[in-house]
Design a protein around this ligand. Structure first.
Ligand SMILES: NCc1[nH]cc(CCC(=O)O)c1CC(=O)O
Length: 319
């Protein structure tokens, strides 16, 4: 098939949210596509789509996100624009993406994954282990809150949201002694230096797909499929297949206390998973190794093993 490339006269429209991180990621997808097809910048148009989750007037800043919307809060409007043909592709943080896409859409193109670790931010401590007894920690991530409560039951957790600047200001003002963000997001915003340290997966297993960017398209758009093919990073795709199948088998999302990380070791995938009670009173974790092409089956198997060990009521956080 002859591939009709986008041009300044007929640019490929890239849909994204308007946050600084989302915009950076949309520009990164454009850079990858420009390089892969030797195209100028104006062969692509970045289309900012305002989504419900971005509208501060609709969301009280102190309300946990998990109470506000269901899965896909930040992505549904972008997917609607993609389905309606207003944009040609949509760029997302894979961590925020539901494990299943709406009929008619595919999310099988992944840019090379960045640092998947969580970052530790604090004016008073160099790492989690240095935090004084009883310190206040800010986070709105159910996973991070549960992992912290499990490891440091003495800490006091408070809701913490907003952009990086808002959070740093809160730390500065003493609202909390520490908070956590994804290393990938900080690095992309040129702010890796505000992290006091990166937390190793052995200490806090990251969210499924953390640090990975996905490019979504219409399933029937063969031209866009061909355009995206050279920018897909195969190792990232293999990691995400394992991690997202683990999350899907647990009926999880980015708003559930579940962590998972797949690493490639030669021809093998090493998949680790953790599920927690939201209050951190209990956690179950396990790991599995298998051939790289078996990621999806391994994710399901790891989920089944953890489910089999889970006591009655362990999954009560599932609404
Ligand atoms: N849910 C918010 C979100 N979605 C993706 C990232 C960071 C970038 C990434 O993980 O790819 C973040 C912020 C954070 O957790 O610090």
């Amino acid at each position: 098939m002859m591939l009709t490339l986008p041009s300044p006269a007929r640019p490929l429209r890239i849909g994204t949210r308007g946050s600084p991180l989302a915009l950076w990621q949309a520009h990164e997808a454009r850079r990858c596509l420009m390089a892969a097809h030797d195209l100028p910048e104006d062969a692509f148009e970045i289309v900012v789509i305002k989504v419900t989750g971005d509208d501060r007037s609709m969301i009280a800043a102190d309300r946990p996100l998990k109470e506000i919307g269901n899965k896909g809060l930040f992505t549904r409007e972008i997917e609607d624009a993609l389905l309606a043909g207003g944009i040609d592709i949509a760029v997302h943080s894979m961590k925020d993406m539901p494990t299943e896409q709406p009929p008619g859409l595919l999310l099988d193109c992944h840019l090379a994954r960045a640092d998947m670790r969580d970052a530790f931010l604090s004016p008073v401590a160099a790492g989690l282990e240095d935090l004084p007894q009883g310190a206040v920690v800010g986070s709105s991530s159910l996973r991070r809150r549960a992992q912290l409560a499990l490891r440091r039951p003495d800490l006091r957790l408070v809701e913490f949201r907003g952009n990086v600047q808002t959070r740093l200001q809160k730390l500065e003002n003493g609202v909390a002694a520490a908070t956590f963000l994804a290393m990938a997001g900080l690095t992309r915003l040129g702010m890796a230096h505000v992290a006091r340290s990166a937390i190793e997966p052995e200490v806090m297993l990251p969210a499924v797909a953390q640090g990975a960017i996905g490019v979504e398209r219409r399933s029937d758009d063969a031209r866009v499929a061909a355009l995206l093919e050279p920018v897909h990073d195969i190792p990232t795709g293999l990691q995400l297949a394992a991690e997202r199948s683990f999350l899907a088998a647990l009926d999880g999302s980015c708003e559930t206390p579940i962590a998972g990380l797949a690493l490639l070791e030669g021809g093998t995938i090493w998949l680790r998973g953790e599920i927690l009670r939201p209050d951190g009173s209990e956690a179950l974790s396990d790991a599995i190794r298998g051939p790289v092409e078996d990621g999806a089956a391994m994710g399901r198997e790891l989920a089944a093993r953890l489910k089999a060990r889970a006591p009655q009521g362990f999954f009560d956080w599932r609404g």
